[in-house]
Design a protein around this ligand. Structure first.
Ligand code: FES
Length: 615
């Protein structure tokens, strides 16, 4: 063994690495290629990066002691982000601590297809006459005139004379919104493709679209690899601030993943990557900054100012994208520091700008975004719901990945469904909402968030449910799955602290909605349509979301629509249509950004929303 280094072996995977004494398990895992998940960015607060030292466990850190039960500490369980390796060790990695590879990602949005009336990318097969003494127009002018282009770059110009003469002054001109992008051999009009991406904080979703008929040719998705540097945008901003190479690191991570997706999409669609002529991206403000490699630090400080709120139309090559070398990338315009291009794209997809009557668009996530339109007025705000819906800061919470309980019902006893089947390892956000709603209905959970002890349960509560109310460290906890049923061998419970986290997340979303509606003097019952966007919104049950007050209970059921990944739909629309981009720009310009922290109504609405609605 190298002098002075400690050998770290990870089980059950068998990866091993030698590191300097004092390295964290996180550093060792990164070097050994063990994909641990760090939902809080490695700050020792979420408790999700647990590993177990088979022997020679270091003394627990303060963070360990705060989030790990004492009997687990005695067994050698520690946080990978905090524990330091001082000698050679064997480290056991539970499945629940791995960055889930089978994360449930929503790739569908509202479908719109049919001929594209005003495509951004156009291909035209042209047959130009050869120059003569009487017709000595330059090569470029000759081609641009017929192709309807207004400009061209130097790299194409360098190749044009020889291509024109080799191909007998015939071929296919490729134009992107007036820019002559390429001149291809023969009639190549059949393949005219662009890519569109929803760049989420947690997930990336992309499609390849046919620019002529609007058809989706391929879909791909994956976790945003930046998640290893924190679950939310603030953790990413902090990473870029604290590490000299932080920003290029984050940019390369997301571009690398997008390039992998492009390769996958091209393969699935049977298209050469060089025949993808444009890429469109919709993401939240921070994600768009990081994608473009623009310093996001000001987004992490009051007054949260973006580097630009305009759309960007930049060289794809400069971004590092592996598509056509002269292609461009379009990044959506944004509304504010925390209301980004994804909200604009979602509003575009939902035809928010054309809507009659009061409409509300809500995207529920770690960062919730809400937009309201009434007549020609548009308002938008964001709220920090926190990562509870992603499973972070919930005792047995996890992302919506294989092994997560995603649905819970209470009847004579608990019944649940697990993603991928098999034994559960934790609960994800939709199940968290379910269990809270069901506990409220059964009278076991009080509007202020108190979980009753078994002896205080209403008489009508079945004994099997009553038996699941057990004392915990912070009050009563509800046992969702007993130790013998789970994949981890530990019971999956809902604690009083978990309920508190849910109340905080719910209150943030609901109070933001109510504050925006109040600006227009509207009660929730007067909304003409409530559009719920985003991956999480698609998996929740409406009656349960309304029961806990995440969505206003007084909006009639028939007025609520789940519109899926509307950011991706909007990106796809902008990839195909020039008028869609014009509309997106108009939506961004017309929408007034509301800074909720400055709105006096928000604080009182928030305090009120901390209570679950009465039955
Ligand atoms: Fe280690 Fe959150 S506690 S990543």
């Amino acid at each position: 063994m190298s002098e002075g280094l400690c050998e770290v072996v990870f089980t059950p995977g068998g990866q091993w690495v030698r590191v300097a004494p004092g390295s964290t398990v996180r550093e060792a895992a990164a070097a050994a290629g063990v994909p641990l998940d760090y939902p809080c960015g490695g700050h020792g607060t979420c408790g999700k990066c647990r590993i177990r030292f088979v022997e020679n466990a270091p003394a627990p850190t303060n963070h360990d002691e705060q989030v790990i039960a004492s009997n687990d500490l005695a067994q050698g369980v520690r946080l990978a982000c905090c524990a330091r390796v001082m000698t050679s060790v064997v480290v056991e990695v539970p499945t629940a601590s791995l960055l889930a590879q089978s994360y449930k990602i929503l790739t569908e949005g509202i479908e719109e297809s049919g001929a594209v009336a005003d495509p951004v990318i156009c291909k035209k097969h042209v047959e130009l006459g050869s120059p003569t003494l009487g017709d000595d127009v330059s090569d470029l002018q000759r081609l641009m005139h017929v192709a309807g282009a207004r400009k061209a770059g130097l790299s194409l110009l360098r190749e044009l004379p020889s291509r024109l003469r080799t191909w007998g002054f015939a071929g296919t001109a490729v134009c992107a919104d007036g820019l002559l992008l390429d001149f291809e051999e023969g009639d190549a009009t059949a393949t005219c493709v662009a890519a569109a991406f929803d760049v989420g904080t947690t997930t990336l979703v992309g499609v390849l679209v046919d620019c002529v008929n609007g058809a989706v040719l391929a879909r791909a998705s994956r976790l945003n690899p930046q998640t290893r540097h924190g679950d939310d945008v603030l953790a990413r901003i902090q990473y870029s601030r604290e590490n000299r190479e932080g920003l290029p690191h984050l940019q390369q991570a997301v571009i690398g993943a997008i390039n992998d997706m492009i390769a996958e999409l091209a393969l699935e669609a049977g298209v050469d990557r060089e025949h993808i002529y444009e890429a469109v991206f919709a993401g939240n403000t921070t994600m768009q900054h990081l994608l473009a490699g623009v310093d996001p630090r000001a987004l992490g400080e009051v007054p949260f100012v973006p580097a630009t709120s305009e759309s960007l139309y930049v060289s794809a090559m400069e971004l590092g994208l592996h598509i056509h070398p002269r292609a461009h990338a379009y990044l959506f315009p944004i509304i504010g520091g925390f209301v980004g291009g994804d909200t604009v794209a979602g509003a575009l997809a939902a035809h928010f700008d054309d809507a009659e009557g009061p409409v509300m668009l809500v995207d529920i996530g770690t960062n919730g975004e809400i937009a309201v339109k009434r007549q020609d007025r548009l308002w938008a705000a964001s709220c920090a719901a926190g990562p509870a819906f992603e499973g972070a800061r919930i005792t047995h919470g996890m992302r919506a990945a294989a092994g997560a309980i995603e649905k819970i019902r209470l009847g004579s006893d608990v019944s649940y469904e697990v993603i991928g089947g098999g034994r559960p390892a934790g609960i994800c956000g939709s199940a968290l909402i379910d269990v809270a709603a069901e506990l409220l209905r059964s009278g076991l959970l009080m509007p202020e968030g108190l979980l009753l002890a078994a002896e205080d349960a209403p008489d009508a509560v079945p004994q099997a449910l009553r038996d699941r109310l057990v004392p915990g460290e912070d009050g009563t906890q509800f046992v969702i799955a007993r130790a013998a049923e789970t994949a981890t061998g530990a019971a999956i419970t809902l604690t009083q602290g978990d309920i508190r986290e849910l109340q905080l997340a719910t209150a943030a979303i609901r109070s933001a909605m109510l504050t925006l509606l109040k600006r227009e003097g509207l009660a929730p019952s007067l909304i003409g349509a409530l559009l719920v966007a985003g991956a999480f919104g698609n998996y929740i049950r409406l009656d349960n979301a309304q029961r806990i007050g995440l969505l206003p209970p007084d909006v009639p059921r028939e007025k609520v629509s789940f519109i899926g990944n509307s950011a991706l739909t909007g990106a796809r629309m902008a990839a195909m249509s020039r008028s869609a981009r014009v509309r997106a720009e108009r939506i961004a310009r017309q929408t007034e950004h509301v800074e909720l922290s400055l709105d006096p109504d928000f604080h009182s609405a928030y305090v009120e929303a901390m209570f679950f609605p009465p039955e």
